[in-house]
Ligand binder design. Sequence first.
Ligand code: GLU
Length: 293
Amino acid sequence: MSAGRFAPSPSGDLHIGNLRTALLAWLWARHSERGFLLRIEDLDRVRPGAEAKQLADLRAIGLTWDEEPVRQSARHALYDSAISGLVRAGRVYECFCSRREILQAPTAPHSPPGAYPGTCRELTTAQRSERRRHRPAALRLRSHVATFVVRDEIHGEFEGAVDDFVLRRGDGVPSYNLAVVVDDADQGIDQVVRGDDLLASAPRQAYLAGLLGAAVPQYVHVPLALNAAGRRLAKRDGAVTLEQLRSHGVDVFGLLAESWGLRGASPHELLRSFNPTVRPVGPWVFAPPASAR
Ligand code: GLU
């Protein structure tokens, strides 16, 4: 199957910027006659009730999806099997570093800021067994490149760092990068439309997809919604959720459509004039209605 997707983390209510990204992902998918799937990224940061609320809000703006949403928490077997394959291929090593140790380690010349310095890459068997007694190991990818290039429909060619990123955390939870790549491949997702805060992760994910024998999806990293101060929109910015905005009489769907230069009362109506090559330049600045500030 060929499909696009929206993959929220159920950590709270979606805000209008998240709803806009979901609508754009739907438009991109349906415009290219793809399926559209939802995936609940609940390996981390779950707030009880958030998933049901998010799905209700997505339905309330008229989005539809083709299958029951999948939950990452039910898919550990898939992640384990992908990691085992990489282990067999010699592409995984155990890492015992704390966050603090990583920050304090001298970085290799030319390595990008924040890249893992490779401290545990060449530990001997004896060193590993000694360290295992003190701390559970995280698993890292043994990357053979420093950077990787992806093509993005909005940003063009983008080259970004690929360090020895984490595949499974010390507490046993699969990493975001691993889970996303395994799930997109497993669900037949060949188009990824999401916020451009994740553009920097795309090279790691595309590189990993190659190692897992999966195709790299089409990437569309859409500009995030910003607040009046030019920073990424957040819930503390005031009335930003569907429910809050509706209680202030805001036509949320109309606002979302207009933010992308479109008009219509439903996603299907927007589809008639949606053209993926025509889009606003730069971010969308959202200020909550005056009555809600
Ligand atoms: N779950 C991620 C988020 O809510 C999105 C991941 C993705 O689209 O790849 O930010």
